[in-house]
Design a protein around this ligand. Structure first.
Ligand SMILES: [Cu+2]
Length: 343
C-alpha cells in the first residue's frame, strides 16, 4: 500500500462505524485515592475517598446488550485491588474475585477484563478485595447494559445510593472491622445520599430511573416524590408484568428500575424512623404533554432454563449475631453451625 492510499484508508477508518471491537483499546479504570466533596459544604470540606478515574462513584459504564466490554483495571492504590461485575453472567475468570477467579492486582499492576454481557439491565461494579472497606471508601460504579430496543423515555437516569460513616471533620471513620457493627445490623453510615446526574426535567416527561444500592450494609426504603409509574425490573431482570411503584426497598447491592412520568418536583428520600431523610433531587422546569400510552414491560432476557435434574433441596439455617443464640461455628455468624470457610 503506498502512502497516499494508506492516508485515504486511515481517514476512511476514522469515519467508519466500528464493527468487531477485538482490537479496540480497553477503557481504563484507574483505582486511586483522592479528595471529593461528599458532604454538603456547610457540614465539612472534601473527604479522602477511593474511586475510579478520580471520582466516586466511578464512571458509568454503558454498553448495548451483545457488545463486548473491555476494561483495564489500573491499580494506583497502595493496596491490592480487583473489580467484580455484580449480577453479570460471565466467564468465571472475569468475575473479579482475587484468590479465587484471578490473582490479586497488586499496586502498580493492571488486569484486563473482557466479556460480553448477555442480559440487558442495571448492574454495578465494585471492588471485591477487602470489599467491606474498599466499597465503603468508594470503589464502585454503575454498569448499564442497554436493551437492543430501549423503552420510550425522555431520560435514562442512574441514582447510586450510599451511606458513609463520618467523623466530625468529615473524614471516614476507620473502623471497617468493628466487631459491634458486625454482630448487629452492620456498619451503618451517619450520612446518606444519592448520586444523581445533572439533568433538568420537564413535568410530563417519562423517565427511567435506575436505583442502585451501593451501601455495604444499609437497606434503603426509597420514597420517590413527583413521579408516577411502575417498577419494570429487579436486580437487572425485567418483570414480565410491571408492578406499582410504591416505595421500592433495596438491600445492599440490589437494583430497582422504575419507569415513571414526572408529575411535580422530583426528589428521592429514605423512609427512616426519624422521618423522611433527603437523598437527592432532580430539577423540573416547564412542562410537556404527558404520554397517553401506558408503561410496557421491558423485553425479557434470554435466560436458559435451569436444569431441573441438577436441583437439590438444602436447608441453610442462619445463626448467631449479638442477639442470636449459640451455635457450633467459630465466628459471630454461622450457617448450619459453620462460620466462613471453616471445615
Ligand atoms: Cu457485588
Amino acid at each position: 500500500m503506498d502512502r497516499r492510499s494508506f492516508l485515504i484508508s486511515s481517514a476512511a477508518l476514522v469515519a467508519m462505524p466500528r464493527v468487531g471491537q477485538a482490537t479496540a483499546e480497553p477503557q481504563v479504570l484507574r483505582a486511586m485515592g483522592f479528595e471529593q466533596q461528599i458532604l454538603p459544604t456547610e457540614f465539612a470540606g472534601a473527604t479522602r475517598v477511593l474511586g475510579f478515574n478520580g471520582s466516586t462513584p466511578g464512571p458509568e459504564l454503558r454498553i448495548r446488550q451483545g457488545q463486548q466490554l473491555d476494561i483495564r483495571l489500573q491499580n494506583d492504590l497502595d493496596m491490592g485491588a480487583a473489580v467484580h461485575w455484580h449480577g453479570i453472567r460471565l466467564d468465571n475468570r472475569m468475575d473479579g474475585v482475587p484468590g479465587m477467579t484471578q490473582p490479586l492486582v497488586v499496586p502498580g499492576e493492571t488486569f484486563d477484563y473482557s466479556f460480553t454481557p448477555p442480559d440487558a439491565g442495571t448492574y454495578w461494579y465494585h471492588s471485591h478485595y477487602l470489599s467491606q472497606e474498599q466499597v465503603a471508601r468508594g470503589l464502585m460504579g454503575a454498569l448499564v447494559i442497554e436493551e437492543e430496543t430501549p423503552p420510550d423515555v425522555d431520560h435514562d437516569i442512574t441514582a447510586i445510593l450510599s451511606d458513609w460513616k463520618f467523623d466530625p471533620e468529615g473524614q471516614l471513620i476507620d473502623d471497617f472491622d468493628n466487631l459491634h457493627d458486625r454482630a448487629h445490623a452492620g456498619r451503618m453510615g451517619n450520612f446518606a445520599r444519592a448520586f444523581l446526574p445533572d439533568v433538568t426535567l420537564k413535568q410530563g416527561m417519562r423517565i427511567r430511573l435506575r436505583l442502585i444500592n451501593a451501601a455495604i450494609d444499609r437497606i434503603f426504603p426509597v420514597i420517590l416524590k413527583g413521579l408516577s409509574g411502575q417498577v419494570v425490573a429487579l436486580d437487572g431482570m425485567p418483570l414480565a408484568r410491571p408492578r406499582e411503584m410504591g416505595m421500592p426497598v433495596l438491600a445492599p447491592a440490589q437494583r430497582v428500575d422504575v419507569i415513571a412520568d414526572v408529575t411535580g418536583p422530583v426528589s428521592l428520600e429514605m423512609d427512616h424512623r426519624a422521618g423522611a431523610y433527603p437523598l437527592g433531587a432532580l430539577a423540573v422546569v416547564g412542562a410537556i404533554t404527558p404520554r397517553t400510552a401506558g408503561i410496557s414491560p421491558l423485553p425479557a432476557n434470554r435466560i436458559p432454563p435451569a436444569a431441573k435434574t441438577a436441583a437439590q433441596h438444602l436447608t441453610l439455617t442462619m445463626q448467631g449475631g449479638a442477639m442470636g443464640r449459640g451455635h457450633g461455628g467459630e465466628g459471630i455468624w454461622a450457617f448450619n453451625d459453620m462460620s466462613g470457610m471453616q471445615e
